[in-house]
Design a protein around this ligand. Structure first.
Ligand SMILES: C[S@@+](CC[C@H](N)C(=O)[O-])C[C@H]1O[C@@H](n2cnc3c(N)ncnc32)[C@H](O)[C@@H]1O
Length: 226
């Protein structure tokens, strides 16, 4: 089975269990809290801190074009998009099952300015320099072809645009590294190789201007300008 198929199957199951996944991502269910603490060494405060850093590149009154890849179940971003009625937002994910949960949330929250596209971050179906912001939350540790993902997210971003988000980085929290290697990776949720904080900073500094990279436990948060 190809890496892409493995990842699609892993997230197919997750999409069908959106409330479990959402509870974990938002530190809001007892099981989700337990996983955050045990696997990620994060309490609610740290969980909120990494998300705030990852979203810091989106101005409060943003009214331009934003691409989110991968959107997943949309649990972290649909509430944000509800506050951006003048923005034109495009969400893309490889898994139709994960994205179905995001679409359902957008509908429930009455968000009309978001469109959804199934696709591969490694071959984005958009013209060069189409977006003012490219947002990527918790995606690069899952993407099978990371070089293509870096290349494509850069290509579709306008000059002067912002690339921001977060994902797992190794060597920050030994416990997290253990779980990734022994559980998340064999199950197909995560795909090696992984960045470290310094390799990510170096990579983004070579591609972008003002590359800020910080870590909250094993999550690397970044914000940079093309
Ligand atoms: C851990 S989830 C993150 C979702 C969401 N951004 C969040 O933070 O909750 C990873 C997502 O990456 C998607 N994905 C994996 N490989 C992909 C690819 N090549 N192109 C687009 N999406 C991909 C999966 O379908 C899954 O929804």
């Amino acid at each position: 089975m190809s890496r892409k198929d493995q990842i699609r199957d892993a997230y197919k199951t997750t999409g069908g269990q959106a409330s479990f996944y959402d509870g974990m991502m938002t530190y809001s269910t007892w099981l989700g809290k337990a996983i955050c603490r045990i696997v990620w060494n994060m309490d609610g405060e740290k969980n909120a801190a990494y998300l705030e850093k990852a979203l810091s590149g989106i101005p409060e009154d943003f009214s331009g074009k934003l691409l989110e890849v991968p959107v997943g179940t949309g649990v972290l971003t649909m509430p944000v998009y509800q506050t951006l009625p003048r923005a034109a937002i495009t969400c893309l994910d490889y898994s139709p099952d994960m994205m179905a949960a995001a679409q359902e949330k957008a509908k429930r929250l009455g968000i009309a300015n978001v469109t959804f596209t199934q696709g591969d971050v490694g071959a984005l179906p958009f013209a060069d320099e189409s977006f003012d912001i490219v947002l990527s939350l918790n995606g690069f540790h899952a993407f099978p072809d990371k070089e293509a993902a870096y290349r494509e997210t850069f290509r579709v971003l306008k000059k002067g645009g912002t690339f921001c988000g977060c994902f797992y980085i190794r060597d920050e929290c030994r416990r997290t590294d253990w779980f990734i290697r022994h559980l998340y990776q064999p199950k197909g949720f995560f795909t090696a190789p992984y960045e470290t904080q310094s390799s990510l900073r170096e990579r983004l500094s070579q591609m972008y201007e003002n590359a800020e990279v910080t870590a909250v436990e094993g999550i690397g948060c970044f914000c940079c300008r093309k």
